[in-house]
Write a protein that binds this ligand. Structure first.
Ligand code: NDP
Ligand code: OXD
Length: 308
């Protein structure tokens, strides 16, 4: 019946206190060494050891400590073990803020101006109004939709892309492999908020960059393995792309000396678009555990067939 919070004690203690008020009958243990594996029924973790299911043979629900679940090998999940990703309004709000910052930075030529500042160059570039700029968002899930709702307030022309068809007011929606070219054609600023799956690995590549309008910019907050960094550098150097704001890289941390650190039109942040606070993790766990007890579908349930 135990819930194992397999992460740091600082967050774990706050998490355990909040969870206890809702579920006093579920003991929370913090850290992998704090409990015998067979006692664990609920596991909250970011990392997924190779021996996950021999170590925790009685686990029923695994909670990812984030929205992404690409660290888990879904094919290894025994029948009946459910995986949930983090779904929460605070997470969506953090991503909304980050992507708006990135889109506005690209819209107002910040990558170029930062390069100019380093070179002590005082040179104005033409200014466009938001309605003259097209922003395309890859991924129309909890995060993509929150981002689009906020970007609408600036007046950008908006498009989105998902696996299955979606309808979002004020957004030109495209879907499936056949919809990808269409969104690329109409994205002066391309935002990537896709989960990492077999289909999306390496999707931000030379082929994709070639289909964007000349001088487009990239805001990437999905997963590092979706981006081909050499293709990005080539596209920036040839002028096909004007700038990139990257929150995720491969590997992470980006190693010292990696060319992306010093590219004049790249802004790198250390995977901080969203941070998972213990209060948010507890709120999410309470929602999921309530659903689990009542036999309802779990919020954020990952479908192994789709990989996210
Ligand atoms: P969701 O599962 O809610 O949404 C995923 C979206 O991507 C859906 O619209 C889905 O389509 C679409 N999608 C998936 N595969 C494909 C495909 N092959 N082709 C087209 N569309 C596809 O995820 P979230 O919005 O919660 O999170 C998205 C990702 O953001 C996470 O998986 C994680 O990698 C990243 N992330 C990064 C963070 C950071 O700090 N940088 C923080 C949090 C998340 P459909 O609607 O048809 O299902
Ligand atoms: C997440 C992340 O997936 O922070 O939540 O990347």
């Amino acid at each position: 019946m135990t819930l194992l919070f397999n992460s740091d004690a600082t967050r774990g203690t706050i998490f355990a206190d909040i969870l206890h008020t809702a579920f006093p009958d579920i003991p929370v243990r913090i850290g992998a060494d704090s409990v015998a594996g067979p006692e664990v029924r609920y596991l909250m973790t970011w990392t997924a050891p190779a021996d996950l299911f021999t170590r925790y043979p009685n686990v029923e629900v695994i909670f990812s400590l984030g929205a992404g679940v690409d660290q888990f090998d879904l094919r290894s999940f025994p029948p009946g073990v459910q995986l949930v990703r983090l779904v929460d309004e605070d997470l969506a709000a953090m991503m909304r803020d980050y992507v708006c910052m990135g889109v506005l930075a690209a819209h107002r030529n910040l990558p170029e101006y930062l390069g100019q500042q380093r070179d002590e160059v005082w040179r104005a570039l033409p200014v466009k109004l938001a309605p003259e700029r097209r922003v395309g968002v890859l991924g129309l899930g909890q995060l993509g939709q929150a981002v689009l709702a906020a970007l609408a307030g600036f007046g950008f022309q908006l498009s989105g892309w998902s696996r299955s068809p979606r309808e979002i007011a004020g957004v030109r929606c495209h879907s499936g492999a056949e919809g990808l070219d269409a969104i690329l054609r109409e994205s002066d600023i391309l935002v990537c908020l896709l989960p990492l799956t077999a289909e999306t690995r390496g999707i931000l590549n030379a082929d994709l960059f070639a289909k964007l309008p000349e001088g487009a910019a990239l805001v990437h907050a999905g997963r590092g393995a979706q981006l081909d960094p050499q293709a990005l550098r080539a596209a920036l150097d040839s002028g096909r792309l004007s700038g990139a704001i990257l929150d995720v890289t491969t590997p992470e941390p980006l190693p010292p000396g990696d060319p992306l650190w010093h590219h004049p039109r790249v802004i790198v942040t250390p995977h901080i678009a969203c941070q998972t606070r213990p209060e948010v993790l507890a709120r999410h766990a309470i929602t999921v555990l309530s659903a689990h007890r009542e036999g309802r579908p779990l919020p954020g349930l990952v479908e192994s067939g789709r990989g996210y």
